[in-house]
Design a protein around this ligand. Structure first.
Ligand SMILES: [Zn+2]
Ligand SMILES: [Zn+2]
Length: 408
């Protein structure tokens, strides 16, 4: 039997949301096509935020390139442009020049670690409170999250709660209705709409303000980010195994941008491409490739339906590629994490059959245990291969071109 931690609660509410959720979940289903249960806005709130008239709704659907000059945030545009230029240069440079074995290992460890900082820390722990964590684990995840350049936990989690509650409205900071590019990274280049700020203030963040280390990170974010994302990761290879400074800087920029783009793809690709088995009325999708490159965050149709699930998926870690879920399970075994939340299978089926695609559940419920394990094994192998795609490009190029692949 495959060992899987049994959640303490079968059907639970997120601590930060309406306590009546458990009883009202089915009523909510009937009432609205939007099922962001933990942050769900009701029909009146949605009408308010979208504007009562059609003009406002149409305005909301304008593509992102319809913006005013004053909406541009030039510091972010310049900073991200510089990083992307370095990225392209560094990628070519590392293909042509020898890169030391330990620099590749260092980059790989930091990629996995910082991605877990985003998935387990930023998203599942702080934005959604899907489990509880001891201070040691919270500190570890916070250090990794700081090294991702994805903003402070408090600002990310507030915006993310906004994204769930006001999904696809004026108040959604990453509104996919403003276009693919806007949902991916365009939101970072433009000022927030007034609705995002106004409704963002109504999102509860008291739980985060009570955590001193989150407040400290928020207050000193820029120096902490530069220290953990650039100075330490670039300095270690130069000082310890004598890596060329250009290679060390370049590989750090590659790592930061790849991890960010892999996670930004959840807001873009996983809101545009994929299927909707859990709720066919909402935009977020189940996307296999995004799941492979984001540590198991690609079950986005499920996630917008059950945001409080610590697996971010109906499936446990052994059934689908999800290093983030496995990491949480290990932390539970080590007593660093506790109280993981997960809806019961009966509730998932009830919701899916009412609003999703019943034929999907008829298919997956037929799977025997050996078949589920085999699917999980294949998915893990595929995920570990796909998520390292830049490494394979470099390796194949160097082998074809006759360049050394491992240099000590
Ligand atoms: Zn989303
Ligand atoms: Zn989320």
């Amino acid at each position: 039997m495959v060992a899987t931690h049994k959640p303490e609660h079968e059907i639970v509410n997120c601590d930060l949301v309406d306590d009546k959720l458990k009883n009202e979940i089915n009523t909510e289903l009937e009432k609205s096509g939007r099922h962001n249960f933990d942050w769900a806005a009701d029909e009146n709130e949605l009408a308010l935020v979208n504007g009562q008239d059609n003009k406002a709704n149409n305005d909301n659907k304008k593509p992102m390139f319809l913006f005013g000059f004053r909406d541009l945030v030039w510091t972010n545009i310049v900073w991200l442009t510089i990083l992307h230029v370095i990225f392209v240069w560094a990628f070519i440079y590392t293909l042509l020049e020898p890169i030391k074995f330990f620099t590749v290992v260092w980059g790989g460890l930091l990629s996995v670690g910082t991605a877990l900082g985003l998935s387990v820390g930023n998203h599942r722990l702080w934005a959604h409170r899907t489990f509880q964590a001891k201070p040691l684990l919270r500190f570890f995840l916070l250090c990794l999250q700081t090294a991702t350049m994805n903003g402070s936990v408090i600002s990310f989690a507030r915006d993310h709660r906004n994204h769930h509650k006001w999904s696809g409205t004026h108040a959604d900071p990453k509104n996919p209705d403003r276009g693919f590019f806007y949902a991916h990274i365009g939101w970072w280049l433009l000022r927030k709409r007034p609705e995002v700020i106004e409704y963002g203030k109504k999102i509860p963040i008291d739980d985060m303000l009570e955590e001193k280390m989150l407040v400290f990170q928020h207050r000193y974010y820029l120096p902490l980010m530069f220290l953990s994302a650039f100075i330490i990761p670039v300095g270690v290879p130069i000082l310890i195994w004598n890596e060329h400074p250009f290679i060390s800087l370049g590989s750090s920029v590659i790592r930061i941008l790849l991890v960010l783009h892999h996670f930004f793809a959840i807001n873009s690709f996983a809101h545009f491409y994929g299927h909707h088995p859990y709720n066919r009325y909402q935009k977020p999708t189940e996307n296999q490739i995004i799941n492979w490159i984001s540590m198991g965050e690609g079950h986005h149709n499920y996630h917008h339906t059950f945001p409080f699930d610590y697996c971010n998926s109906e499936f446990y870690w052994w059934e689908k590629y999800s290093p983030a879920s496995l990491f949480i399970e290990v932390c539970i075994l080590l007593r660093l994490a506790s109280k993981p939340k997960k809806p019961s299978k009966a509730l998932i089926r009830k919701v899916g059959e009412a609003k999703g695609k019943p034929e999907y559940f008829a298919m997956i419920d037929k799977r025997s245990l050996p078949k589920r394990i085999a699917i999980g094994l294949f998915d893990w192998l595929a995920g570990m291969f796909v998520t390292q795609w830049p490494l394979w490009i470099g390796l194949v190029f160097k082998v074809i071109d006759g360049r050394p692949t491992i240099v000590f």
